[in-house]
Design a protein around this ligand. Structure first.
Ligand SMILES: *Cc1c(COP(=O)(O)O)cnc(C)c1O
Length: 430
């Protein structure tokens, strides 16, 4: 069978929380001013109580509200697809499967958490969410989700992306979101930057500061983050929980699981539900990042700020330093200086392997995938595809059957400029 489908009522009823199953307790986030562990009350001006509770929960399974499952049903369960044409092109004895998260309305895995976050905010009487966005994938997921629960959404979009990448902005506005180029005159911080540097292209750090300031200064407004935090990873586990059921249906067992890593959310979504199995049966789990932003493979494991400006709590993670500016590769979603603390700990303990791959090699993999399976992957997703192909070629050399499963985090239909650049030889090998 090529396409493994589940029924609507097989959408998971609970998310899987990995915190109680980590090899040691996760070091707590520290307050940036005092260096003391952050207390739940410290977070209440910007996050709803239920998400703060989930962030620190030691319950292994957390019930998914019916209202959230109903919206998931717009595109979930997502198919698990066997990439038979890709296997043939590679002449590999490996069986390659991908979990296709590109079928969601915004085109990526990100609404799995956006919908949950919008729901809990709505339940607690919040009227507006703010967030930042670079290329626009997270902003569009949040505009989609807030609309479905009748919340307003303000997205601070890095000015240069706002000007150069109009289609994600149009998507956000189509769902009723308000998109503000950052820095803006909406916040004190934005006004200060504009006064000092009127021509600045903006940055994700500035946009985060604006989104947080704007949420903290209004009772009915809260802030929302699309990756890195425990509750975001938690919501993404619907991906892996569905994949488990789908593999069982065809009597397969994954030997190798693969995901790309920006902040770690789609990777954790697929892989965390398999971590305990892998410790028992020796299956491999591989996290893939760009060589241009090699957080897990070259970073230090220490406390660092979550943002560039140094306003957020300090997180214990692999980091390249919060002032690290990665080169402008096309996989914008993978240009983050740190990674989710839970993922970092599993890498630290050798339970998850990390690998970095070069931009040109990822586009070669993405093109081969598009030409065999027909689906054009997001530049971020091509990182996972690269390693899936490398592992399939190793299986061929060893003449071994292996089951490879990777997360197809999103489609690339709004990233065609990147493909154009690649096909015209304009991409550098970073
Ligand atoms: C945002 C994004 C990523 C990276 O974010 P993670 O939190 O690491 O998952 C990867 N792929 C796509 C398609 C994205 O939109």
């Amino acid at each position: 069978m090529k396409k493994i489908l589940l029924e609507d009522d097989e959408i998971p009823k609970e998310w899987y929380n990995i915190l109680p199953d980590l090899p040691e307790p996760l070091p707590p986030p520290l307050h940036p001013a005092t260096n003391e562990p952050v207390k739940p009350e410290d977070l209440e001006p910007i996050f709803p109580k239920e998400l703060i509770k989930q962030e620190m929960s030691d319950e292994r399974f957390i019930r998914i509200p019916d209202e959230v499952r109903e919206i998931y049903a717009i595109w979930r369960p997502t198919p698990l697809i066997r990439a038979e044409r890709l296997e043939k092109a590679l002449k590999t004895p490996a069986r390659i499967y991908f979990k296709y998260e590109g079928v969601s309305p915004p085109g990526s895995h990100k609404p799995n958490t956006a919908v949950a976050q919008a729901y809990y905010n709505m339940k607690e009487g919040v009227e507006r969410l703010t967030t930042e966005t670079g290329a626009g994938q997270w902003g569009s997921a949040l505009c989609f989700a807030t609309k479905l629960f009748d919340l307003k959404c303000t997205v601070f979009m890095v000015r240069i992306s706002y000007e150069q990448k109009p289609y994600r902005r149009v998507m956000m506005e189509t769902w009723g979101g308000e998109v503000v180029p950052s820095p803006s005159d909406r916040t004190e911080f934005g006004r200060k930057i504009l006064k000092e540097h009127p021509d600045t292209p903006g940055s994700l750090g500035i946009a985060i500061s604006e989104a947080i300031e704007s949420a903290a200064s209004d009772d009915k407004t809260k802030y929302s983050l699309g990756s890195v935090l425990n509750h975001v990873l938690l919501h993404q586990t619907v991906i892996g929980l569905e994949t488990k059921k789908q593999l069982e249906k065809v009597d397969e067992k994954a030997d190798i699981l693969i995901g790309c890593v920006g902040g770690g959310s789609n990777f954790a979504g697929l892989c965390f539900p398999f971590v305990k199995d892998s410790e028992k049966d020796g299956s491999k789990i591989i996290a893939v990042e760009p060589t241009a932003c090699p957080t897990l493979t070259k970073g230090d494991y220490r406390y660092d700020f979550g943002d560039t400006a140094g306003l957020t709590p300090l997180l214990k993670m692999y980091t390249l330093g919060h002032d690290f500016t990665p080169p402008p590769i096309h996989a914008g979603g993978l240009r983050y200086h740190g990674d989710a603390p839970a993922l970092c700990m599993l890498v630290k303990h050798g339970i998850i392997e990390a690998r970095a791959v070069d931009q040109v090699s990822t586009f070669n993999a993405g093109l081969l995938f598009a030409k065999t399976e027909g689906i054009i992957p997001a530049p971020e997703t091509t990182h996972a595809i690269r390693v899936a192909i490398d592992e399939a070629l190793k299986a061929k050399e060893a003449n071994e059957e292996r089951v490879i499963v990777f997360n197809f985090s999103g489609h690339g239909l709004l990233d065609l400029q990147a493909y154009d650049d690649f096909m015209n030889g304009k991409l550098k090998g970073t």
